[in-house]
Design a protein around this ligand. Structure first.
Ligand SMILES: [Zn+2]
Length: 216
């Protein structure tokens, strides 16, 4: 058991807690199969797909799960019946395609930076659409501030480690609070599905791949 102090609160965490997040999904059962192949997707699976555990991945998981449960009240996500628009972050987009089964080439996924919040997700059969937004003052501002410096290549090696620690603390905060306290869901009744193909977003999580190690 590890003790951390976060935003003035003391919280106790176990290391395994970080990866405990999971979601039930329903898919077809073979290449020409019928719906009914129910599987559990865990955060750990998503970590392998994405490449690492990070605050963006957990934020996407927690936020999208919350939004999807609104569209699928039985908590079983039909991955043949969802389409989604994601903000361009490498973490959020990976969560979007992995959890929903949506793909650009099949008209069920696209990326746009021009809307409020993290995702817009729609259940196809009834067109019910929710916009998923982070509530104000949830994410420590310093993470984005230092993140921008890191993207610009201006963060010293040991400051990269500081940023990592801040992101890890935020990750735990996300997992230890109820999604309704972290995120807001807005029902969109007039949403228009307007896919755009854009492939010049920056993959910000590889920019520091050759940065020097912190030797402190
Ligand atoms: Zn990431």
């Amino acid at each position: 058991m590890k003790k951390i102090i976060l935003f003035g609160w003391i919280v106790f965490v176990t290391n395994s807690f970080t990866l405990a997040q999971s979601l039930k999904v329903n898919d077809t059962d073979f290449s020409k199969g019928r719906l009914g192949n129910i599987q559990t997707v865990e955060l750990q699976d998503l970590v392998k797909f994405h490449g690492h555990l990070c605050d963006g991945l957990v934020e996407g998981f927690v936020a999208l799960q919350y939004g999807l449960y609104q569209l699928f009240p039985d908590s079983l996500i039909d991955r043949t019946n969802v389409r989604i628009v994601s903000k361009p972050s490498p973490c959020l987009t990976d969560v979007a395609v992995y959890l929903t089964g949506a793909r650009y080439q099949f008209g069920t996924f696209y990326v746009n930076s021009d809307f409020d919040g993290l995702y817009i997700v729609q259940r196809i059969d009834n067109q019910k659409t929710v916009n998923i937004l982070r509530k104000p003052n949830i994410k420590p501002e310093i993470i984005d501030r230092m993140g921008e410096q890191a993207i610009a290549g201006n963060l010293a090696p040991c400051d990269l480690e500081k940023l990592r620690k801040l992101e890890d603390d935020y990750t735990l905060f996300l997992q230890q609070n109820k999604p309704e306290n972290l995120f807001e869901l807005k029902t969109l009744s007039e949403f228009v599905w307007k896919p755009v193909l854009k492939n010049d977003f920056t993959k910000t999580d590889i920019l520091n791949k050759n940065a020097e190690r912190c030797n402190k």
